[in-house]
Design a protein around this ligand. Structure first.
Ligand SMILES: Nc1ncnc2c1ncn2[C@@H]1O[C@H](COP(=O)(O)OP(=O)(O)OP(=O)(O)O)[C@@H](O)[C@H]1O
Ligand SMILES: O=C(O)c1ccc[n+]([C@@H]2O[C@H](COP(=O)([O-])O)[C@@H](O)[C@H]2O)c1
Length: 205
């Protein structure tokens, strides 16, 4: 489970996200990128404090971390890192990549995003340095056209756009469904439905 056991010199995917909750859209995107780039492992990295989501209530990091562990446990090529939740202050991908580059000095890093996140990437901290530390993969996502990407401003030699099976699922919709008493079965893994109920998450959204 612990990504810190991964040997160096490997091709590592990095799937960053708030994962509040993790859903099948995240898992399918990570699995597709793993296969396409023949990655040894995809490390899921739940955010500590997602600074661009401060306008909403975000579940405690430990809940989001545990849900990520539960959802990825059955895939031997998936693991979860605590680097972002253990770092105090707002979460910046530049810090995530620096930490992982320190932990795995010989690894080649592939940071995985959806098309919506990629469209905003120029607002992230230290983007020039970030693109030096990892290649980026922008996965297609229903509702977000790659034509909205600022292609002329992005370093496309460091970015691959990848078409993945279209799953119109968002964490927002999952939270809203729980709040309204609607099911989330099959949008999220079974263990996540159970974790949400056990911890009484999202009932007041
Ligand atoms: N259905 C999906 N298909 C492809 N990529 C996705 C999908 N859902 C999320 N992603 C990507 O996964 C990463 C983490 O997403 P995040 O945890 O913010 O989930 P979200 O569903 O976008 O959450 P929210 O609805 O709360 O904003 C982002 O790069 C996002 O673009
Ligand atoms: O580095 C930044 O400034 C930055 C700004 C917004 C999002 N990110 C990262 O993008 C990933 C997806 O974030 P989110 O908020 O869409 O769940 C996650 O790893 C975040 O840390 C990073």
């Amino acid at each position: 489970m612990d990504s810190e056991r991964v040997r160096p010199g490997r091709r590592l995917g990095v799937m960053g996200g708030t994962f509040d909750p993790i859903h099948h859209g995240h898992l399918v995107a990570a699995s597709e990128v793993q296969a396409y780039f023949d990655l040894d492992e995809v490390i899921f990295v739940p955010t500590g404090q997602p600074w661009q989501k401060l306008d909403r209530e975000v579940s405690p990091p430990e809940d989001r971390y545990l849900m990520t562990v539960i959802a990825t446990a059955s895939n031997p090529r998936f693991s979860v890192s605590r680097v972002d939740i253990d770092r105090p202050g707002p979460t910046y991908t530049i810090d995530t990549l620096r930490d992982l580059a320190r932990l795995y000095p010989d690894a080649e890093l592939f940071f995985i995003t959806g098309a919506d996140a990629l469209a905003q990437i120029l607002t992230w901290r230290d983007v020039d340095e970030m693109f030096k530390l990892a290649q980026f993969v922008g996965c297609t996502r229903p509702g977000y056209s790659s034509q909205e990407l600022p292609l002329d401003k992005l370093p496309m030699d460091r970015i691959t756009l990848l078409e993945v099976p279209a799953l119109a699922i968002s964490s927002t919709e999952c939270r809203q469904r729980v709040a309204k008493g609607n099911p989330t079965w099959y949008l999220v893994p079974d263990g996540i439905v159970q974790y949400i109920a056990k911890r009484d998450l999202y009932t007041n959204h």
